[in-house]
Write a protein that binds this ligand. Structure first.
Ligand code: PLP
Ligand code: COI
Length: 341
């Protein structure tokens, strides 16, 4: 489909095939030089490591059209670093950080017509990913890999955009205490599909997972970190070794402290205390900041005072500041904005 046929303002979070993608292959112990291609098909051995033992990981970041017409990405160095950490945990060869950033630049520049115009609410989502390609039948790491980045223009991750969503406390666990929850392994998402379908069937937008060891503490949702606002207007973010270190969350805590003069408290958060918070939100590249109006834990329903109609005031302030930085309306902290063209 040509980008001209897209109604930017009506996009949801789904895939639209853009023109170019970046590909690099790892063979004989090294990554090749990589290139852009228009070929969106991946042809693999029936026995490829990714198909047999799910040796795959990914990242997510966005390119933004700024108020003055530039195209920028937001902290791609942090995605590059996180992918290196994920690769190491899955015994995959890390794609070098500088090369990751260069690949991001190349693929965004080549697809600049696919970066939605400023003010439409849409952005260009980038999906870097890597997978084992050679035949693997005994359980062991592959020796050949492919790294790719495709792009797709997207709108809001949750239907309704800024409307508060409902979460369900899942009976399933997301990540074992010394497992893979802190990295962006495909397997973390495969296992979340069954509980996600169940949550959707029961009328919830997403699941919130508890720590598997005690099932008393909030971890995160299937695709975003959770944040709370307490009665004093402080930002409270759950701390755990098995949640994904969200780039958005790390940026928001800096924004809250440096731009908004708010206190940030990173600590374990008990499910039993969330009734005392006044606002709740999900944060992530796809989710941006999605306000949460309601969390249901079996027969206990928590309705946050911010309600089901609009974002709470602190969540709104965080949202406006973060998106203001990303879209060039506010001056960014040093090194946060990577200008493409
Ligand atoms: N947590 C999970 C499980 C995710 O999949 C994501 C998305 O990347 C996040 C949190 C948010 O991370 P980020 O802000 O880096 O996109
Ligand atoms: C992202 O926010 O980039 C993610 O990878 C989350 C995913 C659920 C879409």
């Amino acid at each position: 489909m040509a980008n001209q046929a897209l109604d930017w303002g009506k996009l949801d979070f789904s895939y639209h095939k853009a023109e170019y993608r970046y590909v690099s292959n790892y063979r004989n112990g090294e990554w090749d030089e990589g290139c852009l291609t228009t070929d969106d098909q991946v042809v693999l051995s029936e026995c490829a490591g990714v198909l047999q033992y799910a040796q795959t990981c990914f990242e997510g970041l966005k390119a933004y059209r700024t108020v003055d017409g530039r195209i920028v990405t937001f902290r791609p160095d942090l995605n590059a670093e996180r992918m290196v950490n994920t690769a190491k945990r899955l015994v995959m060869p890390p794609f070098p950080k500088e090369r990751f950033i260069d690949a991001v630049r190349q693929v965004v520049k080549a697809n600049q017509d696919w970066v939605p115009p400023y003010g439409t609410g849409a952005t260009l989502y980038l999906r870097p990913y890597m997978f084992g390609t050679n035949p693997v039948i005994g359980v062991k790491p592959a020796t050949e890999y492919q790294f790719r980045i495709f792009v797709t223009p997207v709108g809001p991750y949750f239907k309704g955009g800024a409307k508060p969503i409902s979460l369900c406390v899942s009976d399933y666990d997301r990540a074992a205490p010394r497992g893979t929850g802190h990295v962006k392994a495909g397997l973390n998402y495969a296992m979340s599909l069954y509980p996600l379908e169940e949550a959707h069937r029961s009328g919830f937008n997403e699941n919130v997972y508890l720590d598997p060891a005690t099932r008393t503490k909030i971890e995160e949702t299937g695709g975003a970190n959770v944040l709370f606002v307490d009665r004093d207007g402080n930002l409270v973010v759950p701390k755990s070794g098995s949640i994904l270190p969200s780039v958005t969350r790390r940026s928001l805590t800096a924004v809250a402290e440096k731009f908004l003069n708010r206190k940030v408290i990173e600590r374990e958060v008990l499910i039993s205390e969330i009734k005392d918070f006044v606002e709740c939100g999900l944060c992530g590249t796809a989710a941006v900041i999605s306000p949460v109006g309601r969390i249901v834990d079996h027969d206990t329903e928590i309705l946050f005072p911010s309600g089901m109609e609009k974002m709470g005031p602190v969540t709104q302030q965080l949202y406006d500041t973060l998106t203001g930085i990303q879209m060039g309306r506010l001056e960014a902290p040093e090194g946060w904005i990577c200008e493409i063209c």
